[in-house]
Every structure is written in C-alpha cells, then in structure tokens.
Design a protein around this ligand. Structure first.
Ligand SMILES: N[C@@H](CCC(=O)N[C@@H](CS)C(=O)NCC(=O)O)C(=O)O
Length: 213
C-alpha cells in the first residue's frame, strides 16, 4: 500500500492507526503548497481534489481510498481483534461512526479556513465558537476519568482527534479544557503516534532535500 501524507495534517491519524496495526505502507509526501510529491508522481492522478490522506491499495482494481474517516475505518475493520473500531452492525459502531463524522465536520473541517487565514472577523468568531463547543463536548466525555473517548480502549477516533489538534495554528484557545489536554498528551505518548511523527519528519526532510538538490 502507498499512503499519501502531508506535514502536520490529518494523515497522521492514518499513520498512527497503521502503526497500531503493525502495517508499514510506503509513505509518499505531498507538499500541499508546492504540489510536488516525494516520489515524483502526480498527486492529482491519485486524488483530483489534492487532499491527503489517500491510500492506494495496489490491489487488482488499483483502488484508492480517500477521506480520513473511511481510511482509518477500513484499516481497523481488516483487523477486528485490534479493538480499534467496534464491529459493524452493533450500536457501538453506530456511535463510533457518529463520533467520526462529528470529528470530521465539527473539528477538522472547521479548523481549515481558520488556519488558512481566509475568514472575515465574523467567520473567525463563528468557527472559533463552534470549535470551542465541539472540543467542550469531548472534554465533557473525558471528565469521568476515562483514558480515551469511548473508554479504556484506544480507537480510530482518538488517533483522529490527536491528528487534528490544530488549535494553536487556528488561534483557538483550549487550555481551559483540562481533561482534553491531558488526553491529547496521553494519545501523543503512544508509540504509534511517536513513530508517525518520526516517519513524517523523515520523509518531509527527504522530500525537501530532493527539491533543493
Ligand atoms: N475530506 C477530506 C479532507 C482532507 C483534508 O482536508 N486534507 C488536508 C490536510 S488535513 C489537505 O490535504 N489539504 C490540502 C489542500 O487544502 O490543498 C478528509 O476528511 O480526509
């Protein structure tokens, strides 16, 4: 498999889940601003919208998966014993899908126009407010002392939250949400997350060096 990633983006969620599962997809770095890839391929052929993550399965159909939620769910579903996602057909899975949709729409996508500095003052206030409320919901869930969002088991949702903690780049104050901040540190301390950061840094450095030479 080839996993297309970009620096400090939601692709870290997929890397983390792959690491949890002991998978080692070949990483390809996409430079979001310069539009080049670390292997010289045209990313538009992989995903015409130029969004990471994208996972090229290299199966008989050359399937390419996009959408963070779909990719992490697909990987975890291949390994049900990992406990990274509840099984299809259960209420736990319905609640997990609900949570993943919430993370994609109320958190990840709310950050992006803020980070890109594309908004009017009214838009900034609107998105900031929405993000603080959404993170407040997560903080409230964690207030009972649970280690992860759905209990003691680390799941795809936790990887996704960690990978999209972009509040500093968005200028959204979250320091008052103490359960959330302790939880994010807990996720970041996992070896799967640390390896994702190391692997990302390595391929970004290699790509940058190749562009300079
Ligand atoms: N709907 C996609 C969106 C992914 C997305 O927003 N990716 C960002 C990085 S987190 C990206 O590739 N941005 C590149 C760009 O905007 O040009 C998903 O949920 O996976």
């Amino acid at each position: 498999m080839k996993l297309y990633i970009a620096k400090a983006t939601c692709s870290l969620a997929v890397q983390t889940i792959a690491n949890e599962l002991g998978l080692a997809p070949e990483l390809v770095h996409f430079d979001v601003f310069g539009k080049s890839t670390s292997n010289g391929s045209a990313f538009a052929d992989v995903n015409p919208l130029l969004y990471v993550p994208a996972l090229a399965l290299e199966n008989d159909n050359d399937d390419v998966l996009t959408e963070t939620v779909s990719i992490v769910s697909y990987l975890a579903d291949q390994h049900p014993a990992s406990g990274l996602i509840p099984r299809h057909g259960t209420m736990e899975r319905v609640y997990m899908d609900q949570l993943l949709t919430f993370l994609a729409t109320e958190i990840a996508q709310k950050h992006i126009p803020l980070m890109r500095k594309l908004m009017t003052p009214e838009g900034i206030a609107f998105h900031t407010n929405k993000l603080q409320s959404a993170y407040g919901v997560l903080n409230q869930r964690l207030a009972d002392g649970r280690a992860y969002l759905t209990g003691e088991q680390f799941t795809v949702a936790d990887a996704y939250v960690w990978a999209t903690m972009w509040h500093e780049r968005s200028g959204v104050k979250l320091d008052h949400l103490e359960h959330l901040m302790a939880y994010v540190a807990r996720v970041e301390a996992r070896e799967s997350a640390q390896k994702a950061l190391r692997d990302e840094a390595e391929i970004v450095a290699r790509h940058e060096a190749s562009l300079e030479s």
